[in-house]
Design a protein around this ligand. Structure first.
Ligand SMILES: *Cc1c(COP(=O)(O)O)cnc(C)c1O
Length: 371
């Protein structure tokens, strides 16, 4: 059991997850890296995100690494990455030997600031990794055309935004390669898991071989390169298939919850990410707000009431492994968002009454501050 009265994130595993896992064990007798659930999971990926190829892998981090390696990005290359993101977006660039070049956020939706792209570009820039922070899509029209103009790759890190839409298109359909995570707190989960989507058969093939020891034909022990074991299991895919069956239901509940938070906090001095609802539909991964003060004390107040929250990402440029890469540069928007932001409980398992309780406690805290 969770120690929190209201956890910040929780998977919803009340569909056919258990049935499929048992079927994979009892009837199919396939628990490793082949089986009908893996095939079905990848088919769901292709169909849902409208891509030619889908490759499952062990998590979202290696999905990004596979994408970078398939695109032959390595030493001497630069990759533009938002500084306000989860560690994996930047770490994988270092893992392949390339250099992350950080870019600040915009104040409206907290995603990478497209007006800063030109300044981040050099003759070494090979790709950009776009991240849909907390489920809200980046400005893909601008990013896509800028990538085309420069002749660089667009990699989508859509780990937080399964089902989000930009101008009627799902995220995951924009990148040269698009990467997903299915960690336990994501929109749909396999426990640990990831996926790479592309329309390019060569990149798909490169990732497929890299993911399985550099071995083009499983069972024929000949290797094209020193590969990896980045495979997902049929058991994890069994959970993933049951999750895919309910993705629209999860998104609907998440969006309703976000709308409820927005309406209950409409008169409170808090800021939600701003976006044009004619352009974007969020996947509402984490309902997140900015305060006018630092968010730490609100987190403590809510914790006392049994409400778990999540601090915002600390920007990458300010962290130990990356600080040397951007000496002297400033990323004021990302730094400010990180200090003032807080993510609120966002699981589809929440009851409306729990959201009401959370919003009441936020308002109580902010009122006490004023008086
Ligand atoms: C969760 C996440 C990842 C990586 O996911 P794992 O499956 O945990 O490796 C990558 N990027 C972002 C933005 C994420 O939120």
């Amino acid at each position: 059991m969770n120690k929190w009265r209201i956890p910040v994130a929780e998977p919803t595993l009340t569909g056919r997850e258990a049935e499929y896992v048992v079927d994979a064990i009892i009837n199919e007798n396939r628990i490793s890296s082949s089986g009908k659930y893996l095939d079905q999971f990848e088919k769901y990926g292709r169909d849902y995100f409208q891509r030619e190829f889908a490759l499952s892998c062990s998590n979202g981090t290696v999905a990004l690494e596979l994408a970078l390696r398939a695109l032959k990005i390595g030493p001497g290359d630069e990759v533009i990455v938002p500084t306000f993101t989860f560690a994996a977006t930047a770490a994988t660039v270092l893992h392949v030997g390339a250099t992350p070049v950080f870019i600040d956020s915009n104040q409206n939706d907290w995603n990478l600031d497209c007006s800063k792209l030109e300044a981040a570009y050099t003759s070494k820039t090979k790709a950009i990794i776009a991240v849909d922070i907390y489920g809200l899509p980046c400005d893909y029209e601008v990013i896509e055309s800028w990538c085309k103009e420069k002749g660089i790759y667009l990699i989508e890190d859509a780990a937080e935004s399964h089902g989000a839409e930009y101008k009627g298109r799902r995220v995951g359909s924009f990148g040269d390669i698009s990467c997903f995570s299915f960690y336990g707190n994501k929109i749909i989960t396999t426990g640990e898991g990831g996926m790479c989507l592309t329309n390019n058969p060569e990149w798909h093939e490169a990732m497929r071989v890299l993911k399985n020891h550099g071995m083009p034909t499983p069972g024929v022990y000949e290797y094209e390169m020193a590969g990896y074991n980045y495979r997902l299991t049929n058991l994890q895919a069994a959970v993933g298939c049951a999750q895919f069956e309910r993705i629209e239901e999860f998104l609907k509940i998440r969006r309703e919850h976000e709308a409820l938070y927005r309406s209950l906090l409409s008169s409170a001095p808090v800021t939600f990410p701003a976006f044009d609802s004619n352009v974007s539909r969020s996947a509402c991964w984490f309902v997140s707000i900015l305060l006018s003060e630092e968010s730490k004390n609100l987190a403590l107040h809510l914790a006392e009431k049994g409400i778990e929250t999540r601090p915002f990402f600390t920007p990458m440029h300010a962290q130990k492994p990356y600080a040397h890469l951007s000496v002297g540069q400033e990323f004021p928007v990302a730094m400010s968002i990180a200090r003032h932001g807080i993510s609120l409980p966002s699981s589809p398992n929440l009851k409306d009454s729990e959201i009401e309780f959370i919003c009441l406690e936020i308002q109580n805290y902010l009122k006490d501050k004023k008086s």
